[in-house]
Write a protein that binds this ligand. Structure first.
Ligand code: UT7
Length: 328
């Protein structure tokens, strides 16, 4: 018999923050740049607009803005912060990490920090690492940030990819708390990767490969083909581990890559539209930033509320994919 009043150490979400660059680029703006149309982009992806960063809006700059808000919402002083984990594929520099720039910008002088590369799954991967560190007692608080400037790695001569992505940052503060079984906190995370599929979504180049262009390349149809099945699998793992059914989920906050993928997973779960958060229309695909940005919108709009069971899922380059279940 499990005693429901037993105290458990869990990673509890205590603050959230978001940052979007001021510059909005509509589908019509993209159509002026490449051979595309608002109709095509809307029908195939659900995207209507995206934000593109100005030169000063780097992953570190945007991540620090989102992180600062999360700390303020939680009422945690920067000096009290234990760690910063940044999910990003577009860091300011190969090293030092985006996380240390954010640490300096926030004045979080007692925090350590590092970047984590898992492409669009970066936020779920980072959340999972933070959850493990918090439950193990290594730290008391972790700022988990997704921050991306994909506009800097897009090939604006490739209409099949450049219309899909946008820039932005989202952050959540997780704090270790003693809670009861039905209390708040991260309940499970499930991570996956299949490196055999590395060549269907990648960036052609890095510091170690000076001859390459450094542009995003995606075989969209191939990624799409895997997405709904793998995501539904990761979601079912979360439900099974927690002895739940889809009907118990108050809110699905999926990675925002394509409205058709989001709807496909929602349909597989039998979730009504009002329980699925969609921001891809306004933000496009912001990779590791998309889930915390979507969660911030859901909270802002009062759709995500304390006590609710929230399911997160993502899939991206790697392939990498995973899910996380938490109670707010
Ligand atoms: O976040 C990481 C995970 N990424 C994803 O989940 C993305 C997964 N993939 C997708 O979302 C979709 O595959 C896309 C949105 C990328 C593409 O949608 P699709 O329905 O799979 O289209 P398609 O690639 O099969 O292309 C259909 C047609 C092609 O023309 P033909 O060959 O039928 O004549 C393309 O050349 O649409 C054409 N096309 C475009 N037309 C106008 C491709 N891009 C564009 C464009 N504007 N931007």
């Amino acid at each position: 018999m499990v005693d429901d009043n037993l105290s458990l150490r869990r990673a509890v979400l205590t603050g959230i923050g978001a940052y979007l660059p001021a510059q909005i680029v509509t589908n019509a703006d993209m159509a002026a740049r490449v051979e595309t149309s608002d109709d095509w982009i809307t029908e195939r992806t659900g995207i209507k607009q995206r934000h593109f960063a100005a030169p000063h809006e780097t992953a570190a700059f945007m991540g620090a803005e989102a992180g600062r808000q999360a700390l303020q919402k939680a009422g945690l002083a920067p000096e009290a912060l234990g760690a910063i984990i940044v999910g990003t594929s577009t860091p300011d520099q190969a090293f030092p990490s985006t996380a240390v720039h954010i640490q300096a910008a926030l004045g979080a002088k007692n925090a350590f920090g590092f970047d984590l590369a898992a492409a669009c799954s970066g936020f779920i991967y980072a959340l999972s690492v933070a959850d493990a560190m918090l439950r193990a007692g290594q730290v008391q608080s972790v700022l988990v940030i997704g921050s991306e400037v994909y506009s800097r790695i897009l090939n604006f001569e490739d209409r099949t990819t450049c219309v899909l992505f946008g820039d932005g940052a989202g952050a959540v503060l997780l704090e270790a708390k003693s809670v009861t079984k039905d209390g708040p906190g991260v309940l499970s995370t499930h991570l996956h990767a299949d490196g055999k599929l590395a060549d269907i979504l990648y960036v052609d180049g890095a510091v170690g490969q000076p001859d390459k262009s450094g542009h995003l390349v995606m075989h969209g149809r191939e990624v799409f083909r895997h997405a709904v099945t793998l995501l539904a699998g990761a979601v079912n793992e979360a439900l099974t581990e927690n002895g739940l059914t889809a009907a118990d989920i108050d809110l699905l906050v999926p990675h925002q890559a394509n409205r058709r993928i989001i709807d496909g997973v929602g349909k597989k779960l039998g979730l009504p539209d009002e329980r699925v958060i969609v921001t891809v229309d306004k933000h496009a695909n912001t990779s590791a930033a998309s889930i915390p940005l979507a969660l911030a919108v859901a909270m802002e709009e009062g759709r995500a509320k304390p006590g609710q069971l929230v399911l997160l899922e993502a899939l991206g380059g790697g392939l990498t994919w995973g899910s996380a279940l938490l109670r707010l």
